[in-house]
Ligand binder design. Structure first.
Ligand SMILES: [Zn+2]
Length: 264
């Protein structure tokens, strides 16, 4: 068995075991095991990122990176999220997607600009949602709740497909419904605190709904397919946003040159 695959499996299983142990007994504080889990997640994230970097293209588009940096900086600064821990990376991939991986990795596909969102606020909505998955520890929970299927596939398979499987596991962004709702509502708070209109996330949902209504446009592993954007979700995001009164939101300003570059 390939060495890196073997290491990924071991770390994967160790995190799952430790997390289940912690949840069962809630001894994390006594033994300081939260730190151990975090270290393992970091290790797992680094290994997946290493293999991702060698199989996929990192995108060095400075305009996209500038917009993403601005958004992440602003969301973090306004919501007491430690910016330095977030490992933000842009991948050259036409599929409109963004996802969180263990170890506070936040991966964005260039397709989120060119094939999905039409404003920087909408992109901020997606990023806020993914930051919520990171901050609320949904990534750890995902590892443990879905460990059975994926770990078994990986172990039994034991071939080069295993790394792909690990990547696929995190890029297929589906968390269970309650976690998705929690991330949506958290994103509304994050946007609001950053003085950005949270309804932009609802707009994104509308775009996704339209796209998924047209099967020809829907692509595998996009935020569209992994976040089935029902009207219901857009509705509760709008409802939640409407509870907030008296805010004078500022739209993120994007120059004409940038808009043309993104195809907006
Ligand atoms: Zn999500």
């Amino acid at each position: 068995m390939n060495k890196i695959i073997f290491r990924i499996i071991i770390v994967f299983l160790a995190i799952a075991g430790l997390f289940l142990f912690l949840r069962e007994f809630n001894w994390s504080k006594i033994f300081g095991l939260d730190d151990a889990t975090q270290k393992l997640e970091q290790e797992l994230g680094n290994q997946i990122w290493e293999s991702m970097k060698s199989t996929e293209n990192v995108d060095h588009d400075t305009m996209m990176m500038e917009v993403l940096d601005t958004i992440v900086n602003r969301l973090c600064a306004s919501n007491q999220i430690q910016r330095s821990k977030i490992k933000l990376h842009l991948m050259e991939n036409a599929t409109a997607n963004a996802f969180a991986m263990p170890g506070d990795y936040l991966i964005v596909h260039s397709g989120l600009f060119t094939n999905g969102c039409k404003t920087a606020d909408q992109i901020a909505g997606v990023i806020a949602h993914e930051l919520a998955h990171i901050e609320k520890n949904h990534v750890s929970r995902k590892i443990t709740t879905q460990i059975g299927i994926t770990a078994l596939t990986t172990l039994v398979g034991g071939n080069a497909e295993a790394v792909k499987e690990a990547i696929r596991f995190f890029t297929s962004n589906a968390y269970d419904r309650s976690l998705e709702e929690e991330a949506d509502l958290m994103a509304v708070t994050y946007m609001n605190e950053s003085n950005l209109d949270p309804k932009a996330l609802a707009e994104t949902m509308d775009i996704f709904s339209e796209k998924s209504a047209n099967p020809e446009l829907e692509e595998n592993l996009s935020w569209f397919s992994t976040h089935p954007a029902s009207k219901e979700r857009a509705d509760y995001i709008r409802k939640e946003s409407n509870k907030i009164k008296g805010k004078n939101y500022q739209k993120l300003q994007i120059s004409q040159e940038y808009k043309e570059h993104f195809g907006w």
